[in-house]
Design a binder for this molecule. Structure first.
Ligand SMILES: [Fe+2]
Length: 380
């Protein structure tokens, strides 16, 4: 049975950020605002948030995540604040990592042993507290998904906590907030979004509904990402990429992903490479390796990106992969894993963790040990 679920109320509108206090009051009285290091402090947004919450007399606390990735220690610190301060709604304003910390802490705060959801892969069974998401980068789609990707850097573990209780209540998509994202963040998060859209489209779990969403996402991201990268204040391009990344997330949270994401998490945490960058390195190689297992769909992706048709499907599919390589080159994402210190030294760990991942199980080509080694070595 192929189901399609998404209960998040999505407001995709320029300046929807200003609706945040009103929406917050619909679901709670005391707010924990989880954010990243840069967004609130460096671009004057903190004052904006304080002003709109003060105007409505809504009590709030801020929590800034410590690094650039979602860390289990941040999740536990937020849970402590939620309990101690009787917080009843969490707002995540930031990139995917910030939203994942906000989502995990609001989602598992009422679990008897929250850490077990992470370390022992136990699905949360308690209802948490409501979450409102406000993405400031266009990429992860975490604003509408029911899972949070969390890392424990001391143990080199990166995994997903997933539960139907973890869907946010509201997602505010205000493309104006993404204008201040640094160029390298725009590039890497956009590459993640494109990888997610493509993986959702070719996933063995895809359906007619997810196909329509992911195809539109590929078109919006594939055509506007370079403009958003080159001209940060191009609001129309920013909106296209943000809407595209959101559509990709609606698709992949139902169809699931593939080998890029199956391998990206363990490689990213092992070599401290940002998620978007790992996706950019893996995507073209995985597409080539998968080609014969989803030729029709890869040819369709190519048409969506290039508007060109070829009499030979394989040639057509390859021209789409070339388009993506060129796009990544223009955004300085054409790197190798070895640029980040990766070697074959940890290959056994990468094989084991990649093959266990649920994303890998949805890849159109059945991956075994040899496939992981092949892709990894080509990306080195
Ligand atoms: Fe991703």
């Amino acid at each position: 049975m192929k189901e399609f679920i998404n209960p998040v109320k999505i407001i995709d509108e320029i300046d929807s950020f200003y609706r945040l206090p009103g929406i917050t009051l619909n679901v709670g009285a005391k707010v924990l605002i989880v954010h990243g290091k840069n967004f609130l402090y460096h671009y004057g947004h903190k004052e904006k948030v304080e002003t709109i919450f003060n105007e409505q007399n809504i009590p709030y606390l801020f929590y800034a995540i410590k690094g650039f990735e979602a860390d289990i220690n941040d999740v536990m610190s937020c849970i402590e604040i939620i309990k101690k301060e009787s917080i009843d709604v969490v707002v995540g304003i930031g990139g995917g990592s910030v939203i994942d910390v906000a989502k995990a802490s609001s989602g598992i705060c009422n679990e008897r042993e929250p850490l077990k959801c992470f370390h022992e892969d136990i699905t949360p069974i308690s209802k948490g507290i409501p979450l409102i998401t406000v993405p400031t980068t266009a990429g992860s789609g975490a604003e509408v998904t029911p899972n949070a990707v969390i890392s424990d850097f001391d143990k080199n573990i990166k995994k997903s906590i997933r539960s139907d209780y973890m869907y946010p209540k509201y997602a505010l998509l205000d493309a104006r907030l993404t204008e201040t994202a640094p160029q390298n963040v725009t590039a890497a998060s956009g590459a993640d979004a494109l990888a997610q859209a493509i993986e959702a489209f070719v996933s063995i779990g895809s359906t007619e509904k997810t196909d329509e969403l992911s195809k539109k996402a590929i078109q919006l991201i594939g055509k506007s990402l370079i403009d958003a990268y080159k001209r940060p204040m191009d609001l129309a391009a920013r909106k296209n990429v943000l809407t595209g990344s959101n559509l990709a997330a609606l698709a992949f949270s139902n169809s699931r992903l593939g080998a890029v994401h199956g391998m990206a998490h363990c490689i990213g945490v092992r070599y401290r490479i940002s998620h978007g960058m790992v996706c950019a390195i893996l995507l073209p190689v995985v597409m080539e390796h998968n080609l014969d297992s989803a030729l029709e769909k890869y040819a369709e992706i190519s048409y969506v990106l290039t508007n060109k048709t070829y009499s030979n499907k394989k040639e057509q599919a390859i021209s789409g992969i070339n388009y993506i390589r060129k796009l990544f080159r223009h955004m300085e994402l054409d790197k190798k894993l070895s640029n980040f210190g990766a070697t074959t030294e940890h290959i056994d760990e990468i094989i084991e963790k990649s093959l266990k991942s649920s994303s890998m199980k949805h890849n159109p080509r059945m991956f075994d040990k040899k496939d992981v080694i092949y892709v990894f070595e080509r990306c080195l």
